[in-house]
Design a protein around this ligand. Structure first.
Ligand SMILES: [Zn+2]
Length: 378
């Protein structure tokens, strides 16, 4: 038992955003020491990697969860494995297993996870393939959806550090969405139930991070998996794990997501309180909408054009997989791109300005690009 626990934590103690198929397999196997868990192979990805299905519990509420359909969105998977570990041979686990039945696809896109890409090995976005079913991963999902017949779906994702919230300077540390079921974005019963559950989650999380939780764009697209599930009448919640300060490993965000799972599953075990439809919708719409207005770093008052004409430089990290860890490569946003309003970090780099003063102005752009790359990548 001790060996299993130790192995689990070694397997999950990442200081990197990278979470590959091998990493999760150790963690998944370690859960099955508890008879409430069982692990199966559902099928294979484009490159022949196994896609795992993990089942938990035998209750009447059936919940289907899938993570890493975008291979480079690892935070919700990490949080899920941490959360599930807490249920192993515990009173909480026994209690939840009586009420709930979870079907978990922890890594729907193992090829993308291995290569740290959003897309699958055929360069298809699986979240635009729900109706087309052009990919083996999409067919596996559809088969599970049809046979398991969930009463609730959790669509688990991670979002880029470019998102802030409308009406404030806050970043979107987490975002949620009750996806639309049709182009009119009407409040169907399934959508209303997703909104009600999102309200429970966000109320609990606001105790930790205040008004840093957003509402994702609800434009309908039937080829998006969450929209498809809602259209079939199944309440679906989109989770988006975002950037929180300088925590680029996103372990703090993972802890928040873990709490979100705990709140949600506890809620599902309780007797439902009747709440007015209008109250649910109003409370949900109270969450500020996500907005693209953030970047990773703003260097204040740099001299990119001329002396006495200083300008802020906007820097965004590119995430690259290098020898099993993620390297954040600092890139200056080009002059034509939309200027972000806020950043996760601000610097006044006097060293850069003194270097620039020594150079001819035509040499500034390549110098700045190289300087930023060397100094701010990590
Ligand atoms: Zn995603």
């Amino acid at each position: 038992m001790f060996t299993f626990v130790t192995q689990f934590y070694i397997a999950l103690k990442f200081n990197t955003r990278y979470l590959a198929p091998d990493h999760i397999l150790t963690a998944l196997k370690s859960l099955t020491i508890d008879p409430n868990f069982s692990l199966d192979v559902l099928g294979k990805s484009v490159e022949g990697r196994p896609i795992y299905g993990l089942k938990f519990g035998s209750g009447s509420k059936r919940i289907l969860l899938w993570s890493q359909m975008h291979g480079n969105e690892t935070t919700t998977t990490k949080a899920l494995l941490h959360y599930l570990r807490r249920l192993v041979n515990s009173d909480k686990g026994t209690q939840l297993a009586k009420h709930l039945q979870l079907f978990i696809i922890p890594m729907l896109n193992p090829d993308g996870a291995s290569a740290y890409t959003r897309l699958n090995a055929n360069e298809v976005d699986l979240n635009r393939d729900a109706q087309d079913l052009s990919q083996p991963e999409s067919l596996i999902f559809r088969e599970v959806f049809n046979t398991f017949k969930p009463g609730l779906c959790l669509n688990l994702h991670g979002q880029r550090s470019i998102y802030g919230l409308t009406g404030s300077e806050n970043p979107a540390v987490l975002s949620f969405l009750a996806p639309a079921a049709n182009a009119e974005r009407s409040i169907t019963p399934a959508r209303l139930e997703a909104m009600r559950l999102i309200n429970c989650i966000t109320k609990a999380l606001q105790e930790d991070i205040g008004q840093q939780i957003g509402r994702y764009d609800d434009t309908f697209n039937g080829n998006c998996l969450g929209d498809y599930c809602t259209q079939q009448g199944i309440p679906t919640i989109l989770f988006e794990a975002g950037q929180f300060g300088q925590d680029y490993s996103r372990n703090n965000t993972a802890a928040l997501i873990e709490k979100a799972y705990a709140v949600l599953f506890d809620q599902l075990c309780q007797h439902e309180m009747a709440v007015e439809k209008d109250t649910i919708v109003a409370s949900y719409l109270d969450l500020p909408e996500n907005q693209v207005n953030y970047c990773d770093l703003i260097l204040k008052n740099v001299l990119p054009r001329a002396i006495n004409d200083t300008k802020d430089l906007f820097i965004q990290y590119r995430e690259l997989l290098v020898e099993g860890r993620i390297y954040f490569e600092a890139e200056v946003l080009d002059e034509d791109s939309l200027e972000p309003e806020f950043a996760h970090r601000y610097e006044n780099d006097t060293e850069l300005n003194s270097e620039l003063k020594r150079l001819n102005q035509e040499d500034w752009p390549p110098f700045i690009a190289d300087y930023v790359l060397k100094k701010y990548s990590h």
